[in-house]
Write a protein that binds this ligand. Structure first.
Ligand SMILES: Cc1ncc(COP(=O)(O)O)c(C=O)c1O
Length: 415
């Protein structure tokens, strides 16, 4: 039966009681049971984020230009601070958006419109050539704009293969893509080689640093071996980087950057032909929570470079140990050589989806990769609290699967 709007309202307390009861059936992310969707750095940052978000709970970032200069200022400052992190030229520009998908869709639209103008082909349909490992957001953007996406196989190291990408480029190609890192394997693509390819073939290179954008620079600063992925690479035209992932700001918050003002000029939507006046936005959405902007700004100011470096140190050493403990389980192997916080592991010896199924019965929501079959986790300190339990349960599940003959899994890889 369809739920009806209640005739009379209820108290806040009653609602909170009911919501908390509903929540009790959710995946226990606070105990690290969710392989993705949530991120956490420290308790102190969490509190600062909540305070900043609720300080701007009612304001609308859509009104930043006219009504809320405080919100506009914070947005501009977030973008400026981030541009420096990505070694952007002095006249590079960027925008805050509500998420990785929106940043990517904006970049695709900007690239398409800039390319149409450059090539003097206003009707150019265009295609995007990318490694098969890029996020589905590229297909979503392409669907919205009636573009084609061509996915090229990755190399044996699970990184984008520039030769395979080049083989799919033709006259209609407007964009090639590299990830830093890609979601399925957590590896950073060879952006320098892709940049050289983009320059040689006269196409736009977008770097999808939605996952790594706000972790990789600090990982590099603490001496980790991180491939260059930012505007230091001459062929990079745009970068997407999510604040609400490893920037450790609350959702919704992401950023998109363009190397030059002439490229960035195509990002905005500027419309006046309606009964009201000029409608100018830099995002696909109109109304946006100012809380997301305020909390992102507060995150930067709360942590500073040293705070982010400390998070990188803690998180990456936690993940190093995690990888060693997984590798130590007989039959399991890490897929590829993940650079940052996404780790997937598989097995040549047995069906790793069966392991995930047994883990699921113990309350661990499975994150799965289908090619090759793997168990996948996008890890933050939220996973540290339960890592001993996790490893013990993986060990036990592997033992069970090894003892079974032909255990049949019904699991399907789902994002
Ligand atoms: C590499 C990559 N790009 C883009 C996205 C999309 O981000 P969002 O979910 O914020 O739209 C994700 C999400 O996990 C991702 O892993």
């Amino acid at each position: 039966m369809r739920k009806e709007l209640p005739l009379n309202g209820r108290s806040k307390e009653a609602l909170l009681d009911e919501m908390r009861a509903m929540k009790s059936g959710d995946t226990d992310w606070q105990r690290g049971r969710s392989p993705l969707f949530v991120f956490k750095a420290t308790e102190g940052l969490y509190e600062a984020n909540r305070a900043a978000f609720f300080e701007f709970f009612t304001e609308n970032a859509l009104g930043g230009r006219r009504a809320f200069p405080s919100v506009k200022r914070m947005e501009d400052e977030v973008v400026e601070m981030a541009l420096s992190l990505f070694n952007a030229p002095a006249d590079a520009r960027g925008f805050m958006t509500t998420g990785g998908t929106e940043s990517i869709v904006q970049a695709i639209q900007t690239c398409r419109d800039w390319t149409r103008k450059q090539r003097k082909e206003p009707k150019l349909r265009g295609n995007i050539v990318a490694a098969e490992s890029v996020h589905p957001a590229f297909n979503k953007g392409a669907k919205l704009m009636d573009l084609e996406v061509r996915r090229a196989p990755v190399g044996p190291d699970f990184r984008a293969d520039p030769a395979a990408i080049e083989a799919l480029i033709d006259d209609e190609t407007i964009m090639i893509v590299g990830s830093a890192p890609c979601f399925p394997y957590g590896v950073i693509d060879p952006i320098e080689a892709l940049g050289a390819l983009a320059e040689r073939r006269g196409v736009w290179l977008h770097v999808d640093a939605c996952v790594g954008g706000y972790l990789a620079p600090f990982a590099k600063m603490i001496g980790r071996d991180i491939p260059t992925f930012d505007f230091t690479v001459p062929g990079v035209s745009s970068i997407s980087a999510d604040l609400h992932k490893f920037g450790f700001a609350p959702k919704p918050a992401s950023t998109v950057f363009y190397r030059t003002p002439d490229k960035a000029a195509h990002n905005d939507f500027d419309f006046s032909d309606w009964p009201n006046g000029r409608f100018l936005t830099s995002t696909i959405v109109g109304t946006r929570p100012a809380g997301g902007v305020a909390a992102a700004w507060a995150t930067f100011e709360f942590l500073g470079v040293e705070g982010y470096k400390q998070i990188a140190r803690d998180l990456l050493s936690f993940i190093d140990t995690y990888k060693q403990r997984i590798q130590a389980i007989d039959g399991l192997e890490i897929i590829g050589n993940p650079h940052l916080s996404i780790v997937a592991y598989g097995s040549e010896a047995f069906d790793v989806f069966r392991v995930a199924e047994i883990m699921q019965a113990k309350g661990w929501l499975p994150g799965l990769v289908q090619k090759p079959k793997g168990i996948h986790r996008m890890m933050s300190m939220v996973h540290a609290v339960s890592v001993d339990d996790y490893i013990a349960d993986v060990q036990a599940a592997v033992k069970t699967v090894r003892a079974e003959s032909g255990g049949n899994t019904k699991l399907k890889a789902t994002y």
